[in-house]
Ligand binder design. Structure first.
Ligand code: SAM
Ligand code: SF4
Ligand code: FES
Length: 351
């Protein structure tokens, strides 16, 4: 089979054999690459037209009890200048976001036990009360199922929890022993069962990642059927054990975005900040390769430069309004349109 045939099979909704995924992920010619992007864009247009959904990201705390080896917020990083936003600051950011036209607010943080379940529920329900037409997404790590249930009842709509890698051995090389691949996967299953729109995902080019791991990730995604998949390149952070590791590449990230679009046609797929960090037009290229979501930063300007997962992060000096209009211009320049909408997954629309 040729790579073109493999792409056509995927576009018809068929799953590939591992050998075919391997070929697709490792041996694309420039011509085949263009065909892959075109097909992924065609499929995204069938489901979402040329619209791009906006998510306003509030990074409300960079304290973290975990020690993931790749992340600048890991607890061992003594050079990280820690901050926490108050309830009032978070609500003000959400209001600003609403006024800028965001209809999804993403609350993200390190795993910071300072915020009790009660506080998270209060913040979520206050945002929902103030802005009933807004979706709230949480991305605050691994919790008990009862906590996830409580946030959901408080009004949270979606939850982002990248699985990082579906392979337990690989997981063990990226995380300290107290964290487990199985627990992370279980969290995703619990979240789905509760009724959230869920997002899993990986870092492309993470240390020790092989193409076999990526194929396992694709199988995991196919089985889990997430509503969102967050993938971006791994980028080293100078104060982590992976400081000297190479970043994931633009090409590998774009190929994988397209393959995921073809495999999960109606998935919500962000062109991430990390992609925009490794290439000035990375997010635009991500959208053209099948992504349909962008996540401009809504965090207050004075803390932006402190939520540093990796070196060189973009948008750290810009105001929320600047990021918002910058993103709109960037999308329009390549023929796509950002819309003022919650941007739910197709299976959750009109429910
Ligand atoms: N603490 C929560 C969690 O881990 O799910 C949410 C915040 S965490 C910073 C969000 C994501 O950032 C992680 O899932 C990881 O994939 C990504 N990330 C962390 N360090 C990174 C790095 N060096 N390069 C690229 N992405 C990174
Ligand atoms: Fe903490 Fe998330 Fe970073 Fe891991 S990836 S150290 S859980 S913020
Ligand atoms: Fe943040 Fe351009 S998207 S400044």
């Amino acid at each position: 089979m040729t790579n073109k045939e493999r792409i056509q099979l995927l576009a018809k909704g068929q799953m590939l054999e591992d050998d075919d995924f391997r070929a697709l992920l490792t041996s694309l010619t420039k011509e085949e690459e263009q065909f892959l992007y075109q097909e992924a864009d065609r499929v995204r247009r069938q489901h979402y037209g040329n619209t791009v959904y906006l998510r306003g990201l509030i990074e409300f705390s960079n304290f973290c009890r975990n020690d993931c080896l790749y992340c600048g917020l890991r607890r061992s990083n003594k050079n990280c200048d820690r901050y926490r936003l108050t309830r009032e600051q978070i609500l003000r950011c959400a209001d600003d976001g609403y006024n800028l036209g965001f209809r999804t607010i993403v609350l993200q943080s390190g795993e910071d036990p300072y915020y009790t379940d009660k506080m998270i529920c209060d913040i979520v329900s206050s945002i929902k009360k103030q802005h009933p037409d807004c979706a709230v997404t949480l991305s605050i790590g691994e919790k008990e199922k009862a906590s996830y249930q409580a946030y959901f009842e408080a009004g949270a709509d979606r939850y982002l929890l990248r699985h990082e890698t579906a392979n337990p051995e690989h997981y063990g090389k990226l995380h300290p022993a107290e964290l487990s691949c199985e627990h992370r996967k279980q969290c995703l299953r619990d979240l789905k069962e509760i009724g959230y729109q869920i997002g899993c995902g990986i870092m492309v080019g993470a240390p020790y990642q092989t193409v076999e791991h990526v194929i396992e990730d694709l199988h995991f995604m196919k089985e889990l059927q997430p509503h969102m998949v967050g993938i971006g390149p791994f980028i080293p952070h100078q104060d982590t054990p992976f400081r000297d590791r190479p970043a994931g590449t633009l090409e590998d990230t774009l190929h994988l975005l397209s393959v995921i679009r073809l495999m999960l046609p109606s998935v919500l797929l962000p062109a991430t900040t990390a992609l925009g960090t490794i290439h000035p037009m990375g997010r635009e290229m991500g959208i053209k390769a099948g992504a349909n979501v962008v996540m401009p930063n809504l965090s207050p300007q004075d803390v932006r430069g402190k939520y540093l997962l990796y070196d060189g992060k973009i948008c750290t000096g810009d105001e929320a309004a600047e990021c918002r209009s910058c993103m709109e211009r960037r999308m329009e320049a390549i023929g796509y349109q950002v819309v003022q909408s919650r941007g739910d997954h197709a299976s959750f629309q009109n429910v």
